[in-house]
Design a protein around this ligand. Structure first.
Ligand SMILES: CC(=O)SCCNC(=O)CCNC(=O)[C@H](O)C(C)(C)COP(=O)(O)OP(=O)(O)OC[C@H]1O[C@@H](n2cnc3c(N)ncnc32)[C@H](O)[C@@H]1OP(=O)(O)O
Ligand SMILES: O=C([O-])CC(=O)C(=O)O
Length: 370
């Protein structure tokens, strides 16, 4: 038995949800470039869950279902009020999503119908939880979700209490489309491993949030912004990148386990970053990012991944840095739940082996002789 570090190249499951073939990403066979330009996030949610694009009536029904389920139990809001004000936002989200299960009568109902209803509730409630957390820590009251609004519109509305600009809504919606699913990434794998024990969907999504939090995965978008802020100005990019590469340190938002010739989502976010920079009359983060990309690509051959330009996109939308990864979680909930439903449909316990590298034949030494 020989281990493959990080399971690189190991095919661990079959899935019909999303694919990465020759650097091309598809959701249910539809190229991400088409979806990014043409689909709304709700259409993508439907596509991931049901395997086809919705017709108008189906999409309208999904909007109604998401809207009707977007309020969170008051007990969970009361718990969030008890969280330390400076708590990590992904830790807060992980705890709050886990708490949702306590107030869901169907939490442990493993029927397909109940699991689909729970997927809808999770998708609808994550934005509400995150906006509530963001307001509560600022000493503000949470804002109830607005009936009939899309997930992107509702999230921005619940965050600020103001009707968001349609440009901001469209930009966030497109970012949600781009982050919705990504084959067997670490957080989706975590979700599938958890539910493959026939544990419940809340446990699966809670595991996934824990995995997404790390800076090698979803946490990189926040780390990219921290890096840009540390660099401070375009004049410092060159020395910063040179220093990082000399010290063999990671540059956040670059590299990918699967894409070696570039992440197809990055160009869309780059374009959005440029457009939003122009609209907000602040090209600083975009310009710094472009210079960094040019250097890292030239010197190290690494391309930006989905997290790189999303950092400047969210900053242009006025979103606090530590909500970037929770926003990723809002989007990826669609993919996580699609994978969880797929796992239940064709389940087998996921239990690989480890190559043992410890001592052998070790005698047991009685405690008085140690
Ligand atoms: C949504 C997402 O999860 S997208 C990924 C988000 N994560 C990041 O942006 C964090 C920065 N990037 C990374 O840490 C990595 O590229 C990962 C985690 C994405 C992929 O990791 P792996 O597939 O294990 O690649 P690995 O770490 O083996 O990298 C191969 C080589 O490239 C280097 N490398 C990879 N990424 C970077 C980076 N961002 N900056 C500098 N060097 C890098 C490694 O140091 C290694 O160099 P070496 O061969 O000289 O030792
Ligand atoms: O697939 C991965 O390893 C990480 C990634 O880009 C994602 O989850 O979107």
């Amino acid at each position: 038995m020989t281990a493959t570090k990080g399971l690189e190249g190991i095919v661990a499951t079959t899935s019909s949800i999303s694919s990465i073939i020759d650097g091309v990403l598809t959701y249910r066979g539809i190229n991400i470039d088409d979806l990014a330009e043409k689909a709304t996030f709700e259409e993508v949610v439907y596509l991931l869950w049901y395997g086809k694009l919705p017709n108008q009536a189906e999409l309208d029904q999904l909007h109604r279902d998401l809207s009707a389920n977007s309020s969170v139990p008051s007990e969970v809001i009361e718990q969030i009020k008890l969280y330390p004000k400076n708590t990590n936002s992904m830790a807060a989200l992980r705890s709050a999503v886990s708490s949702l299960a306590l107030y869901d009568n169907e939490a442990n109902d493993m029927s397909k119908e109940a699991n689909v209803r729970k997927a809808i509730r999770l998708q609808a409630q994550l934005p509400t939880l995150i906006a509530a957390f963001a307001r509560i820590r600022e000493g503000q009251e949470p804002i109830a979700p607005k009936s009939g609004a899309s997930i992107a519109e509702n999230f921005l509305y619940m965050l600020t209490g103001e009707q968001p600009d349609p440009i901001a809504v469209n930009a966030l919606d497109k970012a949600l489309v781009l982050h919705a699913d990504h084959e067997l990434n670490a957080s989706t794998f975590a979700a599938r491993v958890t539910v493959a024990t026939l544990s419940d969907i809340y446990s699966g999504v809670t595991s996934a949030i824990g995995a997404l939090k790390g800076p090698l995965h979803g946490g990189a978008n926040e780390a990219v912004m921290a890096m840009l802020e540390e660099v401070g100005s375009i004049d410092n990019v060159e020395s910063y990148v040179n220093r990082k590469l000399e010290n063999k340190e990671k540059l956040m938002g670059f590299g990918h386990r699967v894409y070696k010739n570039g992440d197809p989502r990055a160009k869309h976010l780059m374009k959005m970053s440029k457009e939003l920079g122009k609209i907000t009359n602040n090209m600083k983060w975009y310009d710094m990012s472009v210079k960094m990309e040019e250097m890292v690509t030239r010197l190290k051959g690494l391309k930006p991944n989905v997290d790189f330009y999303s950092a400047s996109v969210y900053t242009s939308l006025g979103i606090p840095r530590d909500l970037f990864t929770p926003i990723f979680a809002i989007s990826r909930t669609s993919g996580w739940t699609a994978h969880i439903l797929e796992q239940y449909d064709n389940n087998r316990l996921i239990r690989p082996r480890a190559e043992y590298t410890g001592p052998v034949g070790t005698p047991y030494v009685p405690i008085e002789q140690r």
